[in-house]
Design a protein around this ligand. Structure first.
Ligand SMILES: CC(C)(COP(=O)(O)OP(=O)(O)OC[C@H]1O[C@@H](n2cnc3c(N)ncnc32)[C@H](O)[C@@H]1OP(=O)(O)O)[C@@H](O)C(=O)NCCC(=O)NCCS
Length: 174
């Protein structure tokens, strides 16, 4: 198991072949894709191909997607990623958590750790999160972890809020 970062309650680790059903459960849930309708992983086969692609990427790239595991149950409860986005010309963080685990502070907790990993382990200058302006859970979790609103604008046709955090404005975790 290749761990990227760990928090009090969560492990962020590389995806493994056996995670395909967990990925499918996350990606096919209509409550998860409500604010990200361009999400393209709708079938089990698409998820199988995606896991293969992600795992191949671990050998070559530092930026990728990772599984979010709840320590207490050892279940994969979400996915998080740091990726280069052509649309924002920078590094973007994205997170999806299974609805039965919402409102436990998990997204706030893991985003802080993943952003810290990006800023200080990978040396990224600034990390951005883009969210639909109506996505209250996402906006709250970004504010909770210290991101600042940069602007409003359109992203993939959706009125969105752009939040960001740079290494200069961020307090290092101890
Ligand atoms: C956005 C998302 C990752 C937040 O996950 P989470 O683990 O519930 O986030 P947190 O528990 O850290 O929540 C932060 C806050 O938002 C609140 N919240 C969570 N879901 C909410 C919702 N659907 N509506 C309103 N508030 C919500 C929480 O109660 C919490 O409030 P608090 O700070 O007052 O305690 C999760 O809702 C999700 O996976 N959504 C679908 C995918 C998605 O939209 N991803 C973001 C794309 S930018």
């Amino acid at each position: 198991m290749n761990i990227i970062v760990e928090t009090d309650r969560l492990i962020i680790r590389e995806f493994e072949k056996d995670d395909v059903l967990s990925l499918y459960k996350i990606e096919s849930d209509p409550r998860i894709i409500e604010f990200i309708p361009w999400n393209k992983l709708r079938t089990l086969n698409e998820c199988k191909r995606q896991i293969k692609k992600i795992m191949n990427g671990y050998k070559r790239y530092k930026l990728n997607s990772w599984a979010v595991v709840e320590k207490e149950t050892n279940q994969v409860i979400g996915i998080t990623q740091l990726v280069y986005s052509n649309k924002i010309k920078g590094i973007e963080i994205g997170t999806k958590i299974l609805p039965e685990y919402w409102s436990k502070g998990y997204a706030s907790e893991l985003s802080e750790a993943v952003v810290h990993y990006g800023l200080y382990e990978l040396g990224i200058d600034e990390i951005t999160a883009v969210t639909d302006i109506n996505n209250a859970g996402a906006i709250k979790s970004l504010i909770n972890m210290g991101m600042k609103l940069k602007k409003y604008g359109y992203y993939k046709g959706t009125k969105s809020a752009f939040y960001s955090l740079g290494s200069r404005g961020h307090r290092q975790r101890t």
